[in-house]
Write a protein that binds this ligand. Structure first.
Ligand code: SF4
Length: 262
């Protein structure tokens, strides 16, 4: 594959102060809560340097690269959400993959998990094409936006609790600005827990005890419903724990809950 360098979002000049603040946890809170729209939010996310371990990791991966992507210019920055600004469904993953979204600059783009997810979104009618290989590949989503609980690629796909909490205000802001969202699809237990916390902070009454994650689990909460799906990781798809039919079923259910299907 050749070089597919994403076009970095360019923050408006008036956001420079907020970006400067996004270099520690308190700064993330201030910057995220001040974002007036998704374009601003995405620009701010892309400049965040609040987690030293993840900044070091994402940038080191971008220099070291995987041999098969040696000709690519890696993104090496936090990855903003991607998709329809008027989405009725938001899909929440764990974090960018080191050689997937951390390379291409777009959520779930350029790795096997994304191959699965975008093929399913295409089958469900949410994506204009079944593949997602680079930020400039023409992919468009309708009715869906994809984001992640943590925006920087973590070592071993495992953010620390502190990193998760530091990054949470970006998800909070995204849910605040996605005013049409009716369904949150959480891919995996980490995203499930993060989504419950984010919905609670958004003012939704989260049931107690906190609902347990499961594939196909549903939690109606006021105007919104949280739906769980096994993550389309290779570990799950290779072993058959998650099949195409299972993912299709969850997306079909989300479609109905969002008022987009039969
Ligand atoms: S993980 Fe989130 S809070 Fe931490 S540096 Fe990346 S974008 Fe910022």
């Amino acid at each position: 594959m050749g070089s597919h360098r994403p076009v970095p979002a360019q923050p408006a000049l008036g956001l420079s102060a907020a970006i400067d603040k996004g270099h520690d946890a308190a700064g993330v809170v201030a910057a995220a809560s001040g974002a007036a729209n998704l374009v601003e939010l995405d620009a701010l996310v892309g400049e965040c340097r609040a987690c030293p371990r993840l900044v070091e990791w994402r940038e080191r991966i971008a220099v070291d690269k995987r041999r098969s992507f040696a000709d690519d210019t890696y993104w090496g920055r936090p990855v903003p959400g991607f998709g329809d600004p008027d989405a009725a469904i938001v899909v929440v993953g764990l974090a960018p993959a080191a050689h997937g979204a951390n390379r291409t600059g777009r959520m779930f783009t350029g790795d096997r998990s994304g191959d699965w997810l975008f093929a399913a979104l295409h089958r469900a009618g949410f994506a204009n094409q079944p593949t997602s290989v680079a930020a400039d590949d023409g992919l468009q989503l309708t009715g869906v936006r994809i984001t992640a609980a943590v925006r920087c690629a973590p070592p071993a796909n495992q953010p620390t609790p502190a990193e998760r909490d530091t990054c949470a205000p970006w998800v909070d802001a995204e849910l605040r600005l996605l005013t049409q969202v009716r369904v949150v699809v959480a891919l995996g237990g980490f995203a499930w827990a993060a989504s419950l916390v984010a919905l609670g902070r958004a003012g939704v009454a989260v049931p107690r005890p906190r609902p347990r994650f499961g594939h196909g689990a549903e939690v109606p909460m006021g105007q919104r419903t949280l739906v769980g799906s096994f993550h389309p990781s290779q570990q799950n798809t290779f072993t058959g724990r998650l099949t195409e039919a299972m993912l299709d079923e969850v997306l079909g259910r989300a479609q109905i809950l969002a008022g987009l299907g039969e």
